[in-house]
Design a binder for this molecule. Sequence first.
Ligand SMILES: [Zn+2]
Length: 275
Amino acid sequence: MIQDIAERLDNSYRPDAESSAEDTLFVFRDMDVLACEYMSAPFPTAAEVKHDDKSLYLFSIGDRRFFLTLDREASAPEKFSYVNVRQLRRRHDAVRAELFAMFTAFHLYKWYSSNKFCGSCGAPTSPDSKERALRCGKCGAIMYPRIAPAVIVGVTNGDKLLVTRYAKGRGVGFDALVAGFTEIGETLEQTVEREVMEEVGLRVKNIRYYKSQPWGLSGTMLSGFYCDVDGDDTITLDETELSSAVWTERGDIVGQPDDLSLTNEMMKRFRDGKA
Ligand SMILES: [Zn+2]
């Protein structure tokens, strides 16, 4: 999975850290990020980006530090252009740590850029001095990064796994598993039951937790579960969510072309008889 990199991401909060020339500086604009096609160094360094705001220190991986500018007019040399963050997933081979950093930076970018003003009183916010939070200068309200819990569900039926495809315009077009966000007042297990019922019309039992994955592109914390179909295995597809859902034999499971997602690990694990 994408977060399985040699050195863990260090989230220590250092609001006063100043960027050095060689640090990576992320520049996002809506769903795009400044990137170049040379995957050895896909994102610009602080020395390469011209911008008018103070860079925000994000996190480190090993001895590499990552910063963010929120200046929408920031510019970088011609070899960099705006690329959709999801498209970069297709260039995954060389630098998994870079990609994980970008996914996580994107999560923080969305949070910083959508909380410039206080939701309670409307006054401007600024980064807190002690912890990763934004604080309202007027009423003191404090906003933490928002992480949305969601589940990935491997529904099994003997030697078959329920493999889905998202409806057009949703997801990346790869094989996938039933998935969805947890609602207010719901346990993760209840999310599993509800999402499977909503997307494919099946009852499930023996819900068992497998693993979790931070997925910055959608601002989520994914929890993977396996479960067994309970009773009738006739699929009733929710066509607004999915284009297909098929009971797939272990040997017929293809998986995803990259090896970044918890979904893919769960499909491979079932294919290899480990689930
Ligand atoms: Zn306020």
